[in-house]
Design a protein around this ligand. Structure first.
Ligand code: ADP
Ligand code: ZN
Length: 226
């Protein structure tokens, strides 16, 4: 049995789902539970932008308008990150791949064991996205309705100021959803054809995250026993 305490196989997991579906939150939770890192391409970019590194300067226009960063930049970044020691036993990959080209590149350097596709209704997704607030200092994410900070506008973890990311305004949200539907959604079929896809119903509010995670546990339980 491939239970959490008795995990004898590597778990290389891709997480799919629309922007705003809560992937990042589920990924954090799964990462702690299964003790393998969450690797988020979006986080890597946001951090590079906050620190104004070379990479950050290169990608900031794409990220702030909700456009995709060019494949060659993302692929190189993720390949390097997944090559580090902490990914040896597996990882939850959040935000990558986002194009068929990225998925094909990933297949060339990594064996993927399962793909979890988080699904929620369009109205739920828009509400989740527009209520999101991010800490300027540490990048922690809150939500005005689903996960409010203890003090309005202040980060629970570091006291930093919370703000609405420029890619979380109405217009950019619409653009990100359009990009998702046109470019990223075909990945669902790509992974379904490979027999790797598991659909996860993510129409639950934050306190009920257990109901989402239990579906993930179920989907991950057969890895290594095929
Ligand atoms: P979301 O909240 O929409 O999932 P992320 O935080 O994952 O957004 O990513 C933010 C931005 O970073 C994206 O809108 C895009 O500009 C860029 N980005 C992240 N991952 C990728 C990727 N795999 N390919 C291209 N661009 C990416
Ligand atoms: Zn903070």
């Amino acid at each position: 049995m491939n239970t959490i305490d008795n995990r004898d196989s590597i778990m290389n997991i891709v997480l799919l789902g629309s922007p705003g579906v809560g992937k990042g939150t589920y990924a954090d939770f799964l990462s702690k539970k299964y003790k393998i890192p969450k690797i988020s391409s979006g986080d890597l970019f946001h951090k590079a932008i906050r620190n104004q590194t070379e990479l950050g300067k290169k990608v900031q226009d794409y990220v702030s308008s909700g456009e995709l960063v060019p494949d060659e930049i993302v692929i190189k970044l993720v390949k390097e990150r997944l090559g580090k020691d902490d990914c040896e036993d597996g990882f939850f990959l959040d935000g990558f791949p986002r194009t068929i080209n990225q998925a094909e590149a990933l297949d060339k350097f990594m064996k993927i064991d399962k793909v979890l596709d988080f699904v929620a209704s369009e109205s739920e997704i828009i509400s989740r996205l527009s209520g999101r607030r991010t800490c300027k200092k540490c990048g922690a994410i809150f939500h005005v309705r689903n996960k409010p900070p203890k003090i309005d506008g202040v980060c629970d973890y570091c006291g930093g100021e919370l703000y609405q990311r420029t890619d979380e305004t109405q217009e950019t949200i619409r653009n990100r959803l359009r990009v998702y539907h046109e470019i990223t959604k075909p990945l669902i079929d790509y992974y379904r054809r490979k027999g790797l896809l598991a659909e996860i119903d993510a129409n639950y509010q934050f306190p009920e995250i257990g109901r989402v995670i239990s579906q993930c546990d179920e989907a991950l339980s057969d890895i290594g026993n095929l």
